[in-house]
Design a protein. Structure first.
Length: 510
């Protein structure tokens, strides 16, 4: 592997490690949940408070309209002190069931006319232990004087009042952040009309939402107050709050359940990926180093699957003037497949180290038997080939593709013949391989596992790539690098190979 490739691999490994740490971090998970829940709460409460603002806006619009309609016709009767005419003019506003109070003030700031709904007056006195007039005396006097003498100043004081609830405070915040426009009275003509919804309780400690009223400056002097009973509107507002709280609770719980479930699944997948990564590393560590004898050179490379571990590997052993090459691939994938492959490889190594002499059929039978002596047993695909110093080749394969011989830029197949039924643990059919490797020729094993050429990569195409690359080289080819390049090329021939290991082993007669 080149220096650049090693650096890229190292950077990819470091990046993957960081991603896994972030994915496993409980702090990162908690921060994500808090952000998701915070966004959900903000969106739901923004909607809820917007609905509440709409409910109140309906009352405000009615009050402003009533006051604006009356300020002009009341000018003459108020100037003349005609109480009867004033009463006739304002009588119609009581058709609105929420209107419970009307007061008309003369230019000298004295009450000229006042009417309060009797049923509401009785309820209010029972609830507040004071009459309506007495309870709001100061605030009514202040506001009627303000609308007559300094309407803009009164508006500013109302907007800056600390006596407001959550919905009003939120709206004021949006206005201060310039993401919402302030509520401005939009009336035709030159009527001076305000709406007072920033009242306070008798002890001046909290916001009073029981009553709101519209204020209008009467043409020629004086003022009118149209008061609204807010009980029905407040009941609708409480329902909005309960609905908003219910939605927030529901969606927050949904987010928590989804994120906890997702985290558990993610941790499970990360654990599985970690096991796969460990199994892949064990496979890579089990691959033999390049072999070079007086007559033969052998090296190989593996491109492992993107997701699950496939379990395919190879081994090579040199003895006297003979090199033996074996490729194995347990059926299926996963950690169990890797465990079977590693156990079979260990069995093969022990047999070689113990100098056990056997035919190739017996060797495969021994490997098949080994694959059945481990939990997770599964059928084994394998190919084993002996290449002697004189170039003669003999081999046996079951379930995997046969090697090809490269001579210059030409590729040729070896002779094959059917053998008896495969031993237990091996994938049929079993076929014998024979041929010869001339001086300078190359034996190419190319496989993506069980099925060989009937699956996704074509051994002839891989051998042709190796032949072209080797023929174009001006110096002696490094077999390990050539095998690695061949696996990369084979991977690029089809997207379907992403979930398979691709193994290329090269043996050159020097």
């Amino acid at each position: 592997m080149s220096g650049v490739a090693k650096r890229v691999s190292k950077l990819a490994h470091v990046s993957a490690g960081r991603r896994e740490r972030f994915a496993r971090s409980f702090q990162v998970f908690l921060l994500g949940v808090i952000i998701a829940c915070g966004i959900e709460v903000a969106v739901d409460w923004h909607s809820t408070l917007g609905d509440i603002r709409v409910l109140r806006a309906r009352v405000t619009q009615r009050g402003e309209s009533y006051a604006a309609v009356l300020v002009h016709p009341l000018g003459g009767p108020v100037a003349l002190g005609d109480v009867a005419e004033v009463g006739r003019l304002v009588d119609g506003v009581f058709d609105d069931r929420d209107v419970v109070f009307v007061r008309v003030v003369s230019p000298d700031q004295k009450t000229l006319y006042e009417r309060i709904d009797p049923a509401y007056a009785t309820w209010f006195e029972g609830a507040r232990h004071q009459t309506f007039d007495a309870y709001y005396a100061h605030q009514l006097d202040r506001d009627t004087k303000g609308v007559m003498t300094d309407a803009d100043g009164l508006r500013a004081r109302m907007e800056g009042s600390r006596h407001r609830d959550i919905a009003q405070s939120y709206q004021d915040l949006l206005v201060s952040l310039h993401v919402a426009s302030p509520d401005q009275t939009k009336l035709r003509g030159n009527a001076v009309v305000l709406f007072q919804d920033r009242l306070y309780t008798f002890d001046k400690k909290s916001h009073d939402d029981a009553v709101t009223y519209a204020l209008g400056k009467i043409e020629g002097g004086g003022a009118i107050v149209v008061g609204f009973d807010m009980r029905e509107t407040n009941a609708a507002i409480r329902a909005k709050y309960l609905k908003g709280a219910g939605m927030v609770l529901f969606f927050v719980m949904l987010i928590l359940v989804q994120n906890v479930g997702s985290r558990r699944e993610k941790l499970r997948l990360l654990d599985l990926e970690s096991k796969y990564a460990s199994a892949k590393e064990s496979i890579r560590n089990a691959l033999p180093a390049p072999i070079e004898t007086s007559a033969l050179r052998v090296a190989g490379a593996i491109a492992q699957s993107v997701g699950s571990v496939d379990g395919m590997l190879f081994d090579a052993w040199s003895s006297d003037d003979t090199v033996e090459i074996v490729l194995v691939d347990p059926e299926g994938d996963g950690v169990e497949a890797a465990a079977v492959a590693l156990h079979v490889r260990a069995t093969y190594r022990h047999r070689r180290e113990d100098s056990i002499r056997a035919t190739l059929v017996e060797e495969l039978a021994a490997l098949g038997s080994a694959s059945r002596r481990i939990p997770g047993e599964r059928p084994l695909g394998a190919v084993i080939v002996r290449v002697r110093g004189d170039g003669s080749i003999e081999g046996v394969r079951c379930g995997m593709s046969a090697p090809r011989v490269v001579h210059g830029t030409e590729v040729r197949a070896l002779d094959e013949r059917d053998l008896d039924e495969a031993a237990e643990g091996l994938t049929p059919p079993m076929r014998a391989i024979s041929g010869a490797l001339g001086a300078g020729e190359l034996l190419v094993f190319a496989s993506d596992g069980l099925g060989g050429a009937s699956r996704r990569i074509d051994p002839n195409a891989v051998a042709s790539f190796v032949a072209r690359t080797r023929a174009s080289a001006t110096t002696r080819v490094d077999l390990a690098s050539l095998a690695s390049d061949a696996t990369t090329w084979a991977r690029g021939t089809s997207a379907e190979t992403a979930q398979d290991d691709i193994l290329v082993v090269l043996a050159e007669r020097t």
